[in-house]
Design a protein around this ligand. Structure first.
Ligand SMILES: [Zn+2]
Length: 261
C-alpha cells in the first residue's frame, strides 16, 4: 500500500474519515431504501414517518438508527415483535462499505469523491425500486443528471471527458435501445427502455475506456439477472446489473491510480 497517498499522510485522520464514510453510507442507505420503497408504492417520499410494515406503528427516531437499531432490537419490531427482514440491514452495510472503499481508494475528499458517493446512493435506490417494481423511476434518473451538471462545474476530469462522455452515452443508449427493441420483437413481450436511459445517464460520467468496462460488467451481470428473473418468474430487472457495472468502472479507475499502475 502506498502510504504517501493523501488520505494516509496523517495516519489517524485518514482512518477516521474512512470510518466516517462507512457511517454516512449506512445512514444514506437507510434514507434511500425508504425513499425507493415509497416511490414504488406511490407514497410521498418527502413527508410522512416510517412505519412498521406489519403493525403500521410509526417508528420513533430511536428505531431509525441504521444497523445499530436492527442489532439492538434483534431484527424485530419494537411494537408488535414481528420479524423485520434483514434486507435493509444488508444494504446499509453494503453502502457503508462501498462509501469507505470509494474514499480509501480515491484518497482525498473532493468533488469527484462526493459525486461518486451521491451516485452510489442513487444507484442503490433505483436498483431496489427496479427490482421491486420492474420500473426505473424517472426521478432517480433526473437526480443523476443533476449530479452530472453540478460536478461538471467542479471536476476538470468531467469537463475534459464531457464530449467523449456524451458520445459514449449516446452510442450505448442507441445500442441498448435497438437491442431492447429486437429482444421485445423476438420474445413478443412489452419491453422497457429504462435500462437504455439509465446507461445513457451514467456513461456521461465516464470516458470511452470506463464505458467499455462498465458495459462489459453490466452485460455479463445482466445475463445472470435475466436468468434469475426468469427462474423466479418475476419482471426483468436490469438496473442492478448496470449500476454494479458503473460502480465497478469507477472503482477500477481509482484502484489503478491507487496501485500506481
Ligand atoms: Zn410492528
Amino acid at each position: 500500500m502506498d502510504f504517501s497517498y493523501p488520505l494516509f499522510q496523517i495516519p489517524f485522520v485518514g482512518y477516521y474519515l474512512i470510518f466516517l464514510a462507512f457511517l454516512f453510507g449506512a445512514v444514506f442507505a437507510s434514507f434511500i431504501t425508504c425513499t425507493a420503497w415509497r416511490v414504488v408504492r406511490g407514497e410521498d417520499w418527502m413527508l410522512g414517518h416510517s412505519h412498521c410494515d406489519t403493525c403500521g406503528h410509526e417508528l420513533s427516531t430511536a428505531d431509525l438508527f441504521p444497523i445499530v437499531s436492527y442489532i439492538a432490537l434483534k431484527g424485530k419490531c419494537r411494537y408488535c415483535g414481528s420479524k423485520v427482514p434483514p434486507r435493509d440491514l444488508i444494504f446499509e452495510i453494503i453502502l457503508g462499505v462501498l462509501f469507505a472503499v470509494t474514499l480509501a481508494l480515491h484518497g482525498v475528499v473532493d468533488a469527484a469523491v462526493i459525486s461518486a458517493l451521491a451516485l452510489e446512493m442513487l444507484l442503490l435506490g433505483l436498483s431496489l425500486a427496479d427490482w421491486d417494481s420492474g420500473v426505473i423511476p424517472g426521478g432517480f434518473l433526473a437526480a443523476i443528471l443533476v449530479v452530472w451538471i453540478l460536478s461538471a462545474g467542479f471536476r476538470p476530469d468531467i469537463q475534459r471527458f464531457a464530449f467523449e462522455g456524451v458520445i459514449a452515452s449516446l452510442s450505448a443508449g442507441l445500442l441498448i435501445a435497438i437491442g431492447t427493441a429486437i429482444a421485445g420483437k423476438i420474445l413478443k413481450t412489452k419491453v422497457s427502455y429504462g435500462p437504455a436511459k439509465l446507461a445513457m445517464c451514467l456513461l456521461i460520467f465516464l470516458g470511452i475506456k470506463g464505458s467499455v468496462i462498465a458495459m462489459g460488467v453490466a452485460v455479463v451481470l445482466g445475463i445472470i439477472f435475466a436468468i434469475v428473473c426468469r427462474a423466479r418468474k418475476r419482471k426483468l430487472s436490469l438496473a442492478p446489473a448496470i449500476s454494479i457495472g458503473f460502480v465497478a468502472a469507477f472503482l477500477v479507475k481509482d484502484l489503478l491510480v491507487f496501485l500506481g499502475v
